[in-house]
Design a protein around this ligand. Structure first.
Ligand SMILES: [Zn+2]
Length: 328
């Protein structure tokens, strides 16, 4: 993230906002934690502190931003009339989406979009991040590569989490299975603690504060798949949500969502798979007439929990900086 003086951010917000007319900012995040839990989480960058989110929603209301669904965001973008809006989408759908996030948006009377990886409620998605993290949180030592390793302090838990997440990249399910076997991890308990179940999703379907979209079946890097496999991930997850929940699903978000994770072929496939929109995680603002099949989204995470970080996204500065620095 580029550090920027908050005063400069405010000036640029005003100038960019006036020039563009339509200014939509789509935010995304994965997990939320209570303020008292956030600091001790081994993978805390993956979470947004729910207290920060509460303050951000109040800030947006005070500054005249309306919070809308993706459906409404693409309608406003297509209409082109001057407008200032944000959308919040939460990807994957962990249990905290149900317990913390949806109640917060209800409290503020504004909508939130849930992009569901259908393998999570179906129990077929390997929840390695949650399982590794929970095991590290609960124990003072773990077995790694045949050695007993000290993870008593929160610093050690964080260091081990980050080292393993990096080392496992590309073969997480296999590595996690070996870790679970060596440490007698109860994967059923991990699932129960961290998955959003179909019953939870059913409990929020029909709520005017909740929009349901799809985030594939297995959470792959879609660009790395064959065309047939990519189309399956896109279409199958939509059909699964529609048949299980008896709703229409029009919106999709690409897992990971950066330039190497989804490209022009995949944007086209999203249209063929029946979606009106597909979201990436390329930073930037949604402007008039934008192609709804590769929407920009700005990721909120544990490292950026001050209001001026959100302002960098609302002004479009983070998107400009990402393009200048070629971090897309
Ligand atoms: Zn995801």
């Amino acid at each position: 993230m580029v550090a920027l003086n908050p005063v400069l951010a405010a000036i640029l917000r005003n100038t960019l906002g006036r020039r563009r007319g339509v200014t939509g900012c789509l935010f995304t995040f994965h997990r939320a934690a209570r303020p008292e839990d956030w600091a001790s989480l081994p993978d805390r960058d993956f979470y947004v502190d729910i207290g920060f989110l509460d303050r951000l929603l109040a800030y947006l209301a005070r500054h005249g931003w309306s919070v809308v669904t993706i459906e409404e965001a693409i309608r406003r973008s297509a209409a082109g009339a001057p407008s200032k809006f944000v959308n919040f989408s939460i990807d994957d759908c962990y249990r905290d989406t149900f317990e913390l996030v949806v109640p917060l948006f209800r409290k503020h009377g504004v909508p939130v979009t849930l992009f569901v990886t259908t393998g999570i409620p179906d129990g077929t998605h390997v929840m390695w991040q949650a399982g590794l993290e929970q095991t590290l949180r609960e124990r003072d030592t773990v077995v790694l590569d045949g050695e007993i390793v000290d993870v008593a302090s929160s610093e050690r838990k964080r260091a081990v989490y980050n080292a393993k997440a990096r080392a496992w990249e590309g073969r997480e399910p296999l590595e996690y299975a070996a870790f679970c076997a060596a440490n007698a991890v109860d994967t059923g308990a991990v699932y129960a603690n961290h998955a959003m179940t179909w019953e939870m999703i059913e409990a929020v379907v029909g709520d005017p504060h909740v929009e349901i979209g799809s985030h594939t079946v297995h959470h792959p890097h879609v660009a790395s798949l064959s065309e047939e496999a990519a189309f399956y991930e896109l279409e199958r997850s939509r059909l699964r949500l529609e048949e299980r929940l008896d709703i229409d699903v029009y919106h999709f978000a690409f897992p990971y969502g950066r330039a190497g994770d989804c490209g022009p072929r995949d944007f086209e496939l999203a249209g063929k798979a029946g979606y009106r929109s597909a979201s990436t995680t390329r930073k930037g603002l949604l402007t008039a007439g934008a192609d709804p099949l590769h929407l920009p989204r700005n990721t909120l995470n544990g490292r950026h929990q001050q209001m001026h970080h959100a302002e960098l996204h609302l002004t479009g500065i983070s998107g400009l900086a990402a393009r200048v620095l070629n971090r897309v």
